[in-house]
Design a protein around this ligand. Structure first.
Ligand code: BTN
Length: 326
C-alpha cells in the first residue's frame, strides 16, 4: 500500500492530495493512510501535511527503494518482485536462496551495502553504502549449462547500452565480465557475476549479479583496487551525481530487451554488439584458464562467445578465465 500512496502523491506532483481521497481510492481508512505517510517520512521522504488540503510530496531520499524502482519501470518481467536490503552480505547469495526456494524469473535483489560482495574467482567486490548499484536477478532460462556464459555477455551489452543511453558515458567490455570506462586507461566501473543452479544438461536457475560504481569516489577505495577502478559519476564531464533509480530502470529495461532477444534466437545480434564494445581485440594477453596459461594476441571472439587467443600459427579458444593484459 505504501507504494500506491507514493504513486498517488507523485501523480499530483507538488500539489496536495487529501487523506480522505487516498483512503477512498485505496479502500482503506484515513488512519491507515496516515500510518503509511509516517513510514514514508521515516524513510526520508519530505511530505508536508496541510490540514485543509492534505499531503504534498517534496524530495525523495537517495535510496533504491522498490517503490521508486517500480514507479516508471518499463519492463514486463524483470523487477516485478523486488527484495530491498539496506545491508546484506551478498545480493547474489540472497538471490540464490530465493531461487532455490522457487522465486520466479525476474525476481530482483537490491542492496545499499554489501558486507561480503563477491567478484569472480574469489575476488572481493567493494560495496560501500548508498552510492552504487548492487543487484542480483533470478532468471530461469531453458538452456544447457554450457550456454550460461551468454547471459554474462548479454548483460555486458545491456549495461553498456543503458549507461550510454542514460549517462552518455561510453563503456567498453573486457571479456567476459568487466565493464570499463572507454578511454585510454580503461578503468573498471562494473562487473558481472553469473552463478548457476544446474543439472548436467539443464539450468535450474541463474543468479545474475551486477555491481556498478555509480556515485562513489574512487579515492575511497583501497590502494590496489583504486588504481584500476572508475566510477560513473567521476566519468561524467563535468562530474555529476547520477540518479541511481533511473539508471537502474534503464539497465533493467535493456537487460530485458537483450535477454528476450537471446531467448528468441537473436544471439548473433548480441555477439555483434559485444564485438563492437570489446576492448580486448588486438591486445596481448595472458589468460589463466584453470591451471593452464594461454598467452598471445586476442583475435576476437567466436560465435559461441569464447575468447580467441592467437600465438604464432595457433589459435586457442578460451571458455572461461582471468584475462591479464600484458
Ligand atoms: C567481477 O567483476 O568480478 C564481478 C563483480 C560482481 C559484483 C556484484 S555486486 C552484486 C552481486 N553480489 C555480489 O556479491 N556480487 C555481485
Amino acid at each position: 500500500m505504501r507504494g500506491k500512496i507514493l504513486g498517488l502523491l507523485k501523480k499530483h506532483s507538488g500539489n496536495a492530495v487529501s487523506g480522505q481521497e487516498m483512503a477512498q481510492y485505496l479502500g482503506v481508512s484515513r488512519i491507515a493512510v496516515w500510518k503509511q505517510i509516517q513510514s514514508l517520512k521515516k524513510l526520508g521522504y519530505q511530505i508536508q501535511s496541510r490540514r485543509k488540503s492534505g499531503y504534498i510530496l517534496g524530495t525523495a531520499p537517495d535510496l533504491l527503494l522498490p517503490e521508486e524502482i517500480k514507479h516508471g519501470l518499463k519492463t514486463r518481467k524483470l523487477g516485478t518482485k523486488i527484495y530491498y536490503l539496506p545491508v546484506i552480505d551478498s545480493t547474489n547469495d540472497y538471490a540464490k536462496k530465493l531461487a532455490q526456494a522457487g522465486a520466479p524469473e525476474g525476481t530482483l535483489v537490491i542492496a545499499e551495502k554489501q558486507t561480503r560482495g563477491r567478484g569472480r574467482l574469489g575476488h572481493e567486490w567493494f560495496s560501500p553504502t548508498g552510492q552504487n548499484i548492487y543487484m542480483s536477478l533470478v532468471l530461469r532460462p531453458n538452456l544447457h549449462p554450457a550456454q550460461a556464459v551468454r547471459i554474462t555477455l548479454l548483460t555486458g551489452v545491456a549495461a553498456a547500452l543503458a549507461v550510454k543511453n542514460y549517462c552518455g558515458i561510453d563503456l567498453g567490455l573486457k571479456w567476459p565480465n568487466d565493464l570499463l570506462v572507454a578511454g585510454k586507461d580503461h578503468k573498471k566501473a562494473g562487473g558481472i557475476l553469473t552463478e548457476l543452479g544446474a543439472e548436467s544438461d539443464r539450468i535450474n536457475y541463474v543468479v545474475l549479479g551486477l555491481g556498478l560504481n555509480v556515485n562513489m569516489r574512487v579515492s575511497s577505495l583501497p590502494g590496489e583496487v583504486r588504481k584500476k577502478a572508475a566510477s560513473l559519476m567521476e566519468s561524467m564531464k563535468p562530474i555529476a551525481k547520477i540518479n541511481r533509480v533511473e539508471l537502474l530502470q534503464a539497465i533493467l529495461l535493456q537487460l530485458e530487451i537483450q535477454y528476450q532477444l537471446f531467448l528468441s534466437g537473436g544471439w548473433d545480434k548480441i555477439i555483434e554488439n559485444y564485438r563492437r564494445l570489446d576492448t580486448l581485440k588486438g591486445r596481448r594477453v595472458n589468460v589463466k584458464q584453470g591451471n593452464e596459461m594461454v598467452s598471445g594476441q586476442v583475435a576476437g571472439m567466436d560465435n559461441e562467445g569464447r575468447l580467441l587467443v592467437r600465438s604464432g600459427a595457433k589459435t586457442q579458444s578460451v571458455i572461461a578465465g582471468e584475462v591479464h593484459i600484458v
